[in-house]
Design a protein around this ligand. Structure first.
Ligand code: 13P
Length: 252
């Protein structure tokens, strides 16, 4: 089964518009014409216009890091799907663990945001993952199962074609501690099985499932070689053009 590999950077709260432009120019130059995977950079909202300009006409796509679930209205500081779409954004990260941990994101708001993104023609990168405590308690699969079932409640099989699932164990994010290849594969395989159960094997087999959490230039090739890992959601290493490029080149 040929699935689309997607290497996506999540810059989090890093880079001003001018810095974003400079880094994207470096990334564009180093990766021109590559077709083994889709390359996406999810940048801070304020950087989006500069990012779209810097990547226009290239093989690099731009993503946002969140989207609100209403069309418009009195939601101070929020950004709508239509706003992102009009700027030229293609992807949006939803339910990142940092949003869940620090900003009150819940499985229910993840579901609403996902539905809204898809309804507006954005591709959703939906993040799931367990904390260290949950892993130690042996409830990783229960937790992932709940996160997935709730995130995609009411989302049609057709819409799932525009969904990417990112498995990001919280204990591996920004800690330098990567899940082992086997740990990452085990959960990504579980996620695919669950999607098959909830939708169909066709939907599951076509779905891009990424791993995220301290993926870097050194460990990417091994992780990406696993059967059920079809890409990466990369934080720290996406802020350095050479490292991010090495990860892109690790896709076989
Ligand atoms: P790091 O690659 O910095 O661990 O971050 C992973 C992540 O959270 C991507 O969304």
């Amino acid at each position: 089964m040929d699935r689309k590999y997607i290497i996506a950077g999540n810059w989090k709260m890093n880079k001003t518009p001018a810095e974003a432009k400079a880094l994207l120019e470096e990334i564009v130059k180093a990766n021109a014409g590559k077709t083994a995977c889709e390359i996406v950079l999810c940048v801070p909202a304020i950087d989006i216009p500069a990012a779209i300009e810097a990547t226009a006409g290239t093989n690099i796509k731009i993503g946002a890091q969140n989207v609100h679930f209403k069309d418009n209205g009195a939601y101070t500081a929020e950004i709508s799907a239509a706003m992102l779409k009009e700027c030229g954004v293609e992807y949006v990260i939803i339910g990142h663990s940092e949003r869940r941990q620090y900003f009150g994101e819940t499985d229910q708001t993840v579901n609403l945001r996902t539905a809204q993104a898809l309804a507006n023609g954005l591709k959703a990168i939906v993040c799931v993952g367990e904390t260290l405590e949950e892993r130690k308690d042996g409830i990783t699969f229960d937790l992932i199962s709940i996160q997935i079932k709730r995130a995609f409640k009411g989302i049609s099989a057709e819409d799932m074609a525009n969904v990417v699932i990112a498995y990001e164990p919280v204990w591996a994010i920004g800690t330098g501690e990567t899940a082992t290849n086997e740990q990452a594969e085990e959960v990504c395989c579980f996620i695919r099985g669950l999607i098959a159960e909830l939708y169909s094997t066709d939907v599951a087999n076509a779905m891009t499932i990424q791993y995220g959490g301290s993926m870097n230039a050194k460990n990417a090739a091994e992780l990406l070689a696993m059967d059920n890992i079809d890409g990466g959601l990369i934080g720290g290493a996406s802020l350095k053009a050479p490292d991010f490029t090495t990860i892109i080149d690790s896709v076989k």
